[in-house]
Design a protein around this ligand. Structure first.
Ligand code: CTP
Length: 434
């Protein structure tokens, strides 16, 4: 019996898929199809797949050409499959020509001509809503949203607005955006989603205007130092039925969710200590301290909770600019220390000590692809990791896409009370006089 294998995502099943499966079967007696798993697709940056794995499998099965379906779960699985299933011929469309030549050591390698004029990408573009993103900024970079949003179907940065002509020119040297708006109102009007990326003092009013206009908003937190203003923004978003999402990419990344699961599910025992540090210096951003602080406070509040009994701090300021702060939170049975250096240099790291294990994330932990668990009674180190490229913005956009598809406005990754606690903490630091 001659066995043939082929692979694909088979999203929004179309004629091209049907044809390749039909022709693949003609190369043998038994056809195996590897359909890509969701985690594998996400890991390789394919975030725009519409149909669930179950639907895609069902569609492949319904062609009647397929004898067995397997799930492609990781990069490099194909060679193992060829050996395991004793494959004679590997078939794939000629969009992959040359890419799989190395497989000819294991079996016959056949590239088949693609059916012209159709693809899942094309169907997705024609079928689903398109969301135009507008960015309002005070810094000459886009935080990678232009590139990363394109990776999620239906999202694209189309509009920008910047008050400062020099910053705008610098931005335009690097990025190509369709519409450079003359005013913020014009940008809001032309966009479905507004990304607010500016000085903290301006964020609240930019966000408010966009929400009043009924637009979804992504913003770099903190939005404000005033609790009542943040509450007002939350209420406004609800009233207008739009999404108001913090740009904290970390909470959308697999490895962070694994970390959360481990710590919340008691997998490292009772937590005794949470230690987290971050530092960055950017001469052009005077209030960077507060942005950095949010990055440390979110994991702390998510992992340790909000019922700390005492909060004290040491703050070093130069005028209004916070150069360094060490914040100490005393919980009933644990302690958290957060260190943020704006000018002062601090080693970026995150360490959580539990009675049954210690978790460590080194270097830029907030965008880390892995963490280690050291068990107390052995020298054994387990590493949990994930694979992703870019800075993770695409995962945040994908979350937005899911929310829009489900008609939801709250993402449940960061809760309102957590955001309000952060504002109260930051406000205390802001009021410190040196
Ligand atoms: N295929 C084909 N003709 C097409 C589209 C796809 O022969 N018009 C083949 C591919 O070459 C591959 C298989 O079908 O061997 C599965 O392809 P898949 O990537 O799932 O489909 P695409 O339509 O190419 O998807 P996308 O646009 O997301 O890349």
């Amino acid at each position: 019996m001659k066995k043939v294998i082929t692979y694909g995502t088979f999203d929004l099943f179309h004629k091209g898929h049907y044809n390749i499966l039909k022709r693949a079967k003609e190369y043998g007696d038994y056809l195996i199809v590897g359909v890509t798993g969701e985690t594998y697709d996400i890991g390789r940056g394919k975030l725009n797949v519409h149909d669930s794995l179950a639907t895609r499998i069902e569609n492949v099965q319904n062609t009647g050409f397929v004898d067995e379906i397997i799930v492609e779960e990781y990069l490099g699985q194909k060679i193992g499959d060829i050996i395991k299933y004793d494959i004679d011929t590997f078939v794939i469309g000629d969009d992959w020509r040359g890419k799989f030549d190395h497989l000819s050591r294991y079996c016959n390698m056949v590239y088949l001509e693609r059916t012209k004029g159709i693809s899942s990408t094309q169907i997705r573009e024609e079928t689903f809503d398109q969301y135009d993103i507008g960015i309002v900024f005070d810094y000459p970079d886009d935080n990678q949203i232009i590139k990363e949003s394109k990776l999620v179907n239906g999202f694209e940065v189309k509009n920008i607005y910047c008050e400062d002509k020099k910053v705008l020119d610098k931005f335009l040297e690097k990025y190509d955006v369709e519409n450079v708006c003359e005013s913020y109102s014009e940008m809001v009007e032309n966009s479905d989603i507004v990304y607010v990326r500016g000085e903290i003092e301006k964020r609240y009013s930019y966000i408010r205007k966009a929400l009043v206009a009924g637009k979804h908003v992504i913003y770099d937190p903190p939005a404000t130092f005033k609790e009542h203003e943040l509450e007002e923004l939350f209420d406004l978003a609800k009233k207008k039925n739009v999404i108001l999402m913090k740009n904290i990419k970390m909470v959308h990344i697999y490895v962070f969710n694994q970390l959360l699961w481990m710590t919340q599910g008691g997998l490292i025992g009772d937590i005794l200590s949470f230690n987290c540090a971050i530092s960055k210096y950017d001469i052009n951003r005077s209030n960077l301290f507060y942005d950095l602080s949010v990055y440390t406070l979110i994991p702390m509040l998510k992992i340790m909770g909000q019922d700390y009994e005492k909060f004290d701090y040491i703050v070093k300021k130069d005028g209004e600019n916070v150069e360094f702060a060490s914040m100490n939170f005393v919980y009933p049975k644990a302690r958290a220390i957060i260190t943020v250096g704006n000018k002062m240099r601090v080693d970026n790291q995150l360490e959580i000590i539990g009675t049954e294990g210690t978790i460590r994330m080194k270097n830029d932990w907030w965008k880390s692809r892995n963490f280690e668990i050291h068990t107390p009674d052995s020298t054994d180190v387990q590493v949990y990791n994930t694979n992703y490229e870019g800075n993770g913005f695409k995962y945040l956009i994908r979350e937005m896409s899911n929310l829009l598809a489900n008609n939801r406005i709250d993402s449940r990754r960061i809760f309102e009370d957590e955001s309000l606690t952060i504002i109260r903490i930051l406000d205390k630091i802001k009021k410190v006089k040196n």
